[in-house]
Ligand binder design. Structure first.
Ligand SMILES: [Zn+2]
Length: 270
């Protein structure tokens, strides 16, 4: 059987993380330009407008990235099936004949839309937080100026500046309460989504060939995934045999977790 290449999306996901990193840098530079000792509503409006511009550019770039790269992961999943079932004799031959069947067509469209929505939520979160921080900075700055002269010389300008910067760098809080920097979070989202898309496309292609089983890949994992390397799964719920499905294994949280690199290769007979 021809060797199935291990999916690796480091290059692409680094590209996406770089888009976020550079937008965040631009926003920080914008906030750094603010004169916090005399921050007026009109200046705040201009600052927020610049930040909106940076974020909408980022949305455009990341949406385009998703549209280009998520389908690639699906194609790699199909290549896996074509090689595993020896429909193709080499990677290049498999790549040539790999095509989205109807189910995969719909799945890829949904995966692209989902991923774009997840990334949009990241920029919306940054937008919301910087807006709130800028509004607070304006009122803090006004209060500072009113109190000046009567209330000693305690400078709150550094606090205001710090609060502005923190609104961008402290990041996203996920469903489990963990805190992520925006660029790290978005990279995790797309990496996870690409692997899921790979596995789903692989499944749909295999089932299209009348194949209902697969074997989980092995690369010497040290986390809980190690308990599942080489394990046989079934690709549809109603396939005979006492094997877990992809979904049921994923639900255990042991394997196919965010960032998990494990895939599976279809086999005709377990
Ligand atoms: Zn894993």
């Amino acid at each position: 059987m021809p060797q199935v290449p291990e999916p690796n999306y480091d290059y692409q996901t680094d590209q996406l993380a770089a888009l976020y990193q550079s937008a965040i840098q631009d926003i920080l530079a914008e906030l750094d330009r603010v004169d916090v000792s005399n921050f007026q509503r009109a200046n705040a409006t201009a600052t927020l407008k610049s930040i909106s511009g940076i974020l909408s550019e980022l949305n455009k770039e990341s949406a385009a990235w998703v549209k280009e790269n998520v389908p690639k992961a699906a194609k790699d999943g199909i290549v896996n099936t074509l090689l595993s079932l020896e429909v193709a004799a080499s990677v290049s031959e498999a790549q040539k004949i790999a095509a989205f069947n109807e189910v995969n067509d719909a799945m890829v469209a949904a995966a692209v839309a989902d991923t774009q929505a997840d990334l949009l939520a990241v920029t919306q979160n940054v937008d919301r937080k910087t807006r709130a921080a800028v509004r607070k900075a304006v009122s803090d700055s006004m209060r500072y100026n009113m109190a000046r002269g009567t209330n000693g010389r305690r400078s709150i300008t550094e606090d205001v500046r710090k609060a502005l910067q923190n609104s961008v760098t402290t990041g996203i809080i996920d469903a489990r309460g963990r805190r992520w920097k925006p660029e790290v979070y978005s990279e995790m989202v797309v990496r996870t989504k690409m692997m899921e898309t790979y596995r789903e496309a692989n499944t749909n292609e295999a089932v299209g060939h009348g194949v209902y089983y697969a074997q989980i890949s092995s690369h010497g994992a040290t986390d809980l995934c190690r308990n599942h390397e080489g394990q046989i799964i079934k690709l549809t719920e109603d396939a005979p045999g006492n094997y877990p499905t992809y979904e049921s294994l994923k639900a255990t949280g042991e394997i196919f977790h965010p960032r998990c690199k494990h895939v599976f290769s279809p086999i005709r007979n377990p």
